[in-house]
Design a protein around this ligand. Structure first.
Ligand SMILES: NC(=O)c1ccc[n+]([C@@H]2O[C@H](COP(=O)([O-])OP(=O)(O)OC[C@H]3O[C@@H](n4cnc5c(N)ncnc54)[C@H](OP(=O)(O)O)[C@@H]3O)[C@@H](O)[C@H]2O)c1
Length: 298
């Protein structure tokens, strides 16, 4: 199957391309730097600069992952604009592409994030939960709405509300593991905020699962069935790295350093993959200790 992937050069996209190639699919990657992306991706991946550049390939599915990194630097007004526009604009390009294809792709799987729900304290959060209105929610709402437009073109649309993706070589662990390895890790604020995590294998697994299951559409929480609090995460990461993790970062300091972006660190949602479980997705990693042991095994 020809699968077009926006943001295919990223942390999730790289692993997705490897899995698609291994399964004899043809990844078509949209990247702002196609030559650089092609070098970093497995042999066989075709990279081009714009979604429209793949019109002649008639992809059967699109995976929409592109977007400005959200957890880097303070959320200035300019950064907020870039976070929204980088996602909404490329998603619009994707939907416009679908509308121009003689045979539109059968499936669009589009990324969103746990941020869709905003701060939810310690209550269970399923796809039915009413979101808390804040910046992360506004961003995800606009991103999802843009993707949903493809439905009117006869495209099956599945949205993945992604939790914290864990693996070596990218994502949040590349930032936190070095700090923990120095013995400088610790909980953030009071540590009671929930961190819905997912091993990158399962993230890619869910995308493949949704590609194959043409009876599934709508929003899916993309996280493991056992989310943990930040305090539990801290303890497990310290254990996996065999380092003490007893140096807490006070909430006030994080607010001073990161401004509004500190909400990503200090608030959360106990997100549960209710619809994935219902659909029978076979999780490889349900428990954080097993996921971290796998990641730091080397
Ligand atoms: N990783 C996580 O824990 C996590 C959690 C929740 C949601 N998500 C969402 O899932 C998606 C994929 O995640 P990821 O971790 O693979 O992200 P990533 O590693 O940051 O990769 C995203 C890709 O998007 C492209 N990109 C970056 N800035 C862009 C911009 N301003 N305009 C257009 N394209 C841009 C880049 O590709 P080029 O440089 O090749 O153009 C980059 O490789 C992201 O949208 C992210 O927000 C991820």
């Amino acid at each position: 199957m020809k699968v077009l992937i926006t943001g295919g050069s990223g942390f999730i996209g790289q692993a997705l391309c490897r899995t698609l190639i291994a399964a004899q699919h043809q990844p078509l990657v949209v990247s702002r730097s196609p030559e650089k992306a092609a070098k970093a991706l497995p042999v066989g991946v075709i990279a081009r600069a714009r979604v429209a550049d793949f019109a002649d390939e008639a992809p059967e599915a699109i995976i929409n992952l592109a977007g400005e990194p959200i957890a880097e630097g303070r959320w200035t007004e300019a950064k907020k604009k870039a976070l929204i526009e980088s996602r909404v604009n490329i998603t619009r390009e994707v939907v416009d592409f679908c509308s121009r294809q003689e045979q539109p792709p059968a499936t669009l799987i589009s990324a969103s994030a746990v941020g869709y729900y905003g701060d939810q304290g310690s209550r269970d959060v399923t796809e039915q939960t009413t979101p808390h209105d804040e910046f992360a929610h506004q961003l995800c709402k606009r991103w999802e709405a843009e993707a949903q437009r493809a439905e009117s073109l006869g495209v099956r649309v599945a949205i993945l509300r992604i939790g914290l993706v864990l693996d070596a070589g990218g994502g949040m662990l590349t930032k936190t593991a070095p700090i923990f390895k120095l013995g400088l890790g610790g909980k953030l604020g009071n540590g009671q905020q929930y961190m819905p995590w997912i091993h990158r294998n399962d993230m890619v697994g869910m995308i493949l699962f949704l590609l194959e299951r043409d009876d599934l559409s709508g929003a899916f929480n993309a996280s493991a069935p056992n989310p943990v609090t930040n305090a539990e995460f801290t303890r497990e990461l310290g254990r996996a790295l065999k380092r003490p993790a007893v140096l807490p970062a006070p909430a006030l300091a994080l607010k001073l350093v990161f401004g509004e972006m500190s909400r990503l660190l200090l608030t959360g949602a106990k997100m549960l993959p209710a619809r994935m479980e219902q659909a029978g997705y076979p999780f490889e990693y349900r428990q954080l200790d097993r996921a971290l042991t796998d990641i730091f095994r080397a």
